[in-house]
Design a protein around this ligand. Sequence first.
Ligand code: ACM
Length: 606
Amino acid sequence: MSDPRTLGLLPAPADATRLDGDVTLPARVLLRAEPALAPAARWWRRVVEESSQAEVVPLAPGTPEAVDVTFGLDPDVAAGGYRLTVGGADGGAAVAVAAADLAGAFAAAQTLRQLAGPSAYRRAGSAPAPTLPCCRIADAPRFEWRGVLLDVARHFLPKADVLRFVDLAAAHHLNVVQLHLVDDQGWRFESRRFPRLTEVGSWREESTVGTWRTGHGDGRPHGGFYTQDDLREIDAYARERGVMVVPEIDVPGHAEAALAAYPHLASRPGPHEVRTTWGISTDVLAPTDEAVDFFAELLDEVCEVFDAPFVAIGGDEVPTTAWRERVDLVERAARLGYRTADGEGDVARLHGWFLARLAEHLHDRGRRAVVWDEGLCPDLPRDTVVTCWRGWAVAADALAAGHDVVLAPEQVTYLDHRAGDGPDEPIPVGFLRTVEDVYGFEPLPAAFRAERPDLEGADAGRVLGGQAQVWAEHLDSVRRVDYAAYPRLAAFAEAVWSPSRDGDRGRADGEQGRAPGGPASAEFLERLRTHHLPRLDAAGVEYRPLDGPLPWQRRPGVAGHPRDLAAELAAGGWAGVGGWVEGREGPEASVAPAGRTSPTDGAAAG
Ligand code: ACM
């Protein structure tokens, strides 16, 4: 029977047929792979040898012996996709993978692991060898950028946990991990040129417990950073699984940790400290030539460590309050030709100026900058990718300006936001976003497309895909990261990997029918419960159970800050209401916490 969901795979493949019978591989598995696909075959070999008693023996390409498993090149397979046959219907190898590229072979290897059952997610196993259901699968990704952001700045995550996070992302066919390495509350990237960034910036005196509005610190120092060797290891580890690590150095806002280390870069004289509360800080970098030079040098170091063609430079939530206070910056803006209607220097434009200088610097080194959507401005090099988090409207503007975009709307893809609305939800912040809500994620909803016909203009950029965000203000351990990310990240993965299917279309507007409550959503939940949660259990993932937190996953007495999605959608529509806006505090901001001077201490996630 041909039904992509029949095998319990997650994300569901484009097409799958269950054939009669199963194949148990021999205790000594012979494997042959085209050299271009060898890294994927090697990864699969390691998984099999770790989780069973089987030995997998790679034979050189071109050798004549019959083998059990092949990884072969086929240029007719879609980019990033694969064909997989188990059962040797054509009399060939018991398992045959065909892919046009290494990315496709990695996806096939992950599918093979899923087919072997939950025990394939264990680090040791007593089965003599894996048993696989006979099947034929043809699969390809819906989007090329299937990302997840991991915030290791707000709470440091030990390197081993980052490697595990990458492993789990790869297990869901996600192929981008954006590593948010620096923020007001901590600097995690070892710079050899600027050592104070970690000496001073990598730790803080204490952390706020729950929302910043409590004003309650835990009195406990927090810190950590990754050496360049650690980061090279993370980068290589991800590459060995078909995942690209996009490092993020967030400027010119979210920079208090850098300012604590190098106060001469600040807009205000200080004193500056690594921030111990959450929310948006008005202490930002001064948009000067000196700061551009400093961060250009730093980005050179980042490029030495990370391989990816993309480097994220932030650009979100940048209050210009401190810039307006400085006559020299107002004059600088005027000299650069940035003027308000009444002829004054317009310091707000220095935000784009600053990002554009760094984006050009990266462009000159063969890398593409990635900015959050507030960074969209005419000065940006056209190859800059814009990650749209406040809503959809800005994505249309970025596309029309010729930028490629990644959709990461906080209304759907922020996994630190609360997964349930019961009283036991730990530190409930942000919008209520259930597994089903995330499953319904559509990068550019049909209703929005209908309103913006300019999305597909001749000079428009491309929608690269989508990205889920795991912000970590309230995730102080890998257990909390697991809880926030899973199983919602599995739902997100299917939304960006699996094709839409006509039979799933539940809505008259042609929207892909993954909407909560619909038949596709119900089927997904059942497949998740029956087939996928056992895989996560075997892998040791402490996900949020579908019916709510376990007793030890609660945080009684720690205040969050829920937001009302319906009200914000009514107020902001497709544009959203997130981010810092001149003259208005963020959606969560009300008053500064006791003893703090920052008037705009209110972040999207805080
Ligand atoms: C963001 O949530 N400030 C990108």
